[in-house]
Design a binder for this molecule. Structure first.
Ligand code: ZN
Length: 595
């Protein structure tokens, strides 16, 4: 399968979007017009010098993009730049790179590389008398960003009182749950927690799978950044570290969607259609457990995703909560058994349901991931045998794909390589080699990008910012296999792009950086009566393919420019738990000395 196919990404979101347009946006527009006249959108003019608005780590690469077209005309075009320290002294003077056209943005850009400056401090860049914003160089420059984006998950909690401070709060929501007839069951059930998926209030196992798996991988790979991270959540101060406590909120909901009689997992829990743009406690549509509509009612992708995630959780929680870890492992085993018996049960929205479908006709990658995580946790031969059976057909031409919600194969391959690190085999050597090949391609793109990201022109599809995040995840895994500072610098380069070094000069994370975007497609942010959106959430980002009325009306432009900070533009400016996860992973690496 093609993991980065924009069509596959859109096939899910199109249905989400169409329903949102029909059922939610008009009520929201009406509500805003009658209450506050709050703006729905904002536009941005990029400053001449674009950089990471949070600053830079002392011992890693530091490159800013300069738009000479925005520097007042000189008799000769500037060829040098200066780095000025707090007292305005010149800390560094360097040459600008030659102006080069950038296809992704349509801009002609030059680069100012000041990587050699490692002294912590506050600086500004200067080109021909034009100054950048001030920025920091110091080792903790991304600490607040990690906390903010991780805490963003607390803001997405369902079923409990949420209070992020500064007025960002709501009482418990969606307390009325029930089995929809498509689940093969009837009756009510209490709220089991979980995170609201995105701008809507649904909860979806498949998307929870990659989200929670990515976050738990970060826990395993960057312990020094996450084990003592203080999140100020209701569980803070308890025995379980904050980061794991937050993730447990979602794991508990995932476990609730497993059928205890056979181990299968229902696909999602949402209302039958999207609610209006209202606060979650005001959404009284019943949150239904939705199945496939016919026996066996559960879906293979959801069940295999749960098996993978619970196998990881069994490893992560064992030192802190052994009983929960044992429960997770038992859930993983029974899910795996069900998925083996039912390897091809696809999910599509029943006719009565119009929320996101997360339909994925190919579950072989989810099965691969599940077997790999179960093997890594248990070292049992049955899981390795299943895993090797899955890998065998891939081996003649093994390619590592950037992970996405509908393609988790590389997570399975990587986990197998990590599990056998002490006893490498021809298979694990092939996995590592394919990872280095994929990483090299991303690094090459960064070197020719005007804004230093690793996105190809084709990568600017729905959720492109998460694609950049997941490309960094790939780079960081490659670095774990074969440590190389150039690989880490490449991963960080996407972070710089996401928080300021882009053609809008915007930070695509709410309440982060000097110019964060303001109008996410996010019900909480729209309905809470507070001007600024809920903090720590990543915009989907540029999307060259449209998908909603506002996006479709945008004049055609180079792909990076196909973005609007507009609450209505859900194909360009929604937020989602699976988009924040690779950003948290990247920030955990950035806050780690082991990246
Ligand atoms: Zn809720």
């Amino acid at each position: 399968m093609d993991p980065t196919s924009p069509i596959r990404r859109r096939s899910f979101l199109k249905s989400l979007g169409a329903a949102a347009a029909a059922s939610t946006l008009r009520p929201q527009l009406h509500a805003l017009a009658s209450l506050s006249q709050a703006p729905l959108s904002a536009t941005y003019t990029a400053p001449p010098i674009l950089l990471n608005q949070l600053g830079y780590l002392p011992n890693h690469a530091k490159v800013a993009t300069v738009l000479l077209s925005k520097i007042p005309s000189q008799t000769t075009q500037p060829t040098t730049f200066r780095l000025r320290s707090e007292n305005d002294a010149v800390a560094f003077e360097g040459n600008l790179s030659a102006p080069t056209p950038d296809a992704a943005s349509g801009d002609t850009t030059t680069q100012a590389d000041f990587s050699s400056i490692t002294k912590p401090g506050t600086y500004r860049l200067e080109v021909a008398g034009i100054f950048s914003d001030t920025f920091a160089i110091n080792p903790t420059v991304y600490a607040d960003a990690l906390r903010l984006t991780t805490r963003g998950y607390y803001g997405q909690r369902c079923g409990c009182n949420v209070d992020l401070g500064n007025g960002y709060k709501h009482p418990a929501c969606h307390l009325d749950g029930a089995f929809d007839p498509t689940s093969g069951r009837t009756g009510a059930l209490p709220n089991a927690g979980g995170w609201h998926d995105a701008g809507d209030y649904g909860r979806y196992i498949v998307n929870s799978g990659i989200t929670t798996g990515t976050l738990l991988w970060a826990w395993e790979m960057y312990p020094e950044a996450l084990h003592s991270l203080a999140l100020d959540i209701p569980e803070s101060g308890h025995a379980i570290p904050d980061y794991l406590a937050e993730i447990k909120w979602n794991l508990n909901w995932m476990l609730a969607l497993q059928d205890s009689t056979d181990g299968g997992v229902w696909h999602k829990q949402t209302s039958l259609h999207f609610c209006a743009f209202i606060m979650p406690q005001d959404d009284h549509l019943v949150s239904e457990i939705i199945g496939t509509g016919s026996a066996p009612y559960k879906s293979t992708c959801a069940t295999a995703d749960l098996a993978a995630v619970m196998a990881i959780a069994a490893r992560c929680y064992k030192p802190f909560d052994p009983a929960f870890a044992a429960r997770c492992l038992a859930a993983a085993r029974s899910a795996w058994t069900w998925a083996l018996k039912n390897p091809n049960v696809a999910f599509n929205n029943p006719p009565t349901v119009s929320t996101g479908s997360y339909a994925d006709p190919t579950c072989s990658d989810e099965l691969l991931w599940a077997s790999a995580e179960l093997f890594r946790t248990t070292h049992e031969a049955q899981y390795e045998a299943a895993l090797l059976d899955s890998i065998k057909p891939l081996l003649p031409n093994l390619k590592i794909a950037v992970p996405s919600w509908n393609n988790v194969a590389s997570l399975g391959l990587w986990t197998y390589a990590f599990a056998t690190a002490q006893k490498p085999t021809a298979v694990t050597a092939a996995i590592e080699q394919a990872t280095q090949t994929a990483a090299a391609e991303l690094i090459a793109r960064i070197q020719t990008s005007g804004y230093g990201n690793s996105l190809s022109l084709a990568d600017y599809h729905w959720g492109s910012n998460s694609n950049a995040g997941n490309q960094s995840l790939l780079l960081l895994v490659a670095n774990r296999f074969q440590p190389d500072k150039a690989t880490v610098n490449a991963a960080l380069s996407n972070l710089h792009y996401l928080v300021g070094r882009n053609c809008f000069g915007v930070s695509w994370v709410t309440q982060l950086g000097r110019r964060p975007f303001q109008h996410p497609h996010h019900r909480l942010s729209a309905a809470d009566g507070i001007e600024a959106p809920w903090p720590g959430l990543l915009s989907g980002g540029p999307n060259a393919h449209g998908g909603d009325a506002v996006a479709n009306a945008l004049p055609k432009a180079p792909p990076m420019r196909m973005w609007l900070d507009d609450q209505r533009a859900y194909s360009m400016n929604e937020i989602a738990i699976n988009w924040n996860a690779p950003l948290v992973f990247l920030l955990a690496a950035a806050n780690s000395n082991r990246a």
